[in-house]
Ligand binder design. Structure first.
Ligand code: SF4
Length: 145
């Protein structure tokens, strides 16, 4: 069975700047609106857009920069921080562990680690002693003379 790797976010913010959508459902909208002290109606009007498939809402991007270049940053990205971190959408909280896409590793700086629940046995090669028959021992022919 393959070992599940857990990736720890390094707050590189790459996932907050990619083109795409951050989907938000009713419960997320309620939490975000409450966090910002807004009514749900005002939150929806100020911070969401209809998804292209017209099957729900997504957070707004910041839109084009002053010089006209495209800017796909999430409306809630402030430098390297998320302005709604305590109530950020499930989609944000899950990346890259619960979902990701081909090529994400080239863009994201998350650090892989073994899950805490797995017992960890360090496999450190301790030299060429004959008393070390472990599988990591190199072939004698590979050792420096
Ligand atoms: S809501 Fe926060 S975590 Fe999610 S994309 Fe926006 S800035 Fe990033």
């Amino acid at each position: 069975m393959p070992t599940a790797i857990h990736y720890t976010c390094q707050r590189c913010t790459a996932c907050c700047r990619w083109p795409g959508e951050v989907k938000v459902g009713a419960a997320e909208i309620a939490a975000l609106a409450r966090h910002l002290g807004l009514s749900e109606h005002d939150f929806i009007q100020s911070y969401t857009r209809l998804r292209p498939a017209r099957d729900g809402l997504a957070l707004l991007d910041k839109g084009p920069a002053a010089d006209g270049t495209s800017n796909h940053e999430c409306i809630f990205l402030e430098g390297r921080d998320c302005a709604v971190q305590p109530v950020k959408p499930i989609q944000c909280a899950g990346f890259p562990n619960t979902w990701n896409f081909p090529g994400w590793r080239e863009l994201c700086e998350a650090v892989p680690s073994l899950p805490q629940s797995q017992p960890f046995e360090p496999r450190v090669w301790s030299g060429c002693r004959d008393s070390n028959p472990g599988p990591l021992r190199p072939e004698r022919s590979a050792l420096p003379s």
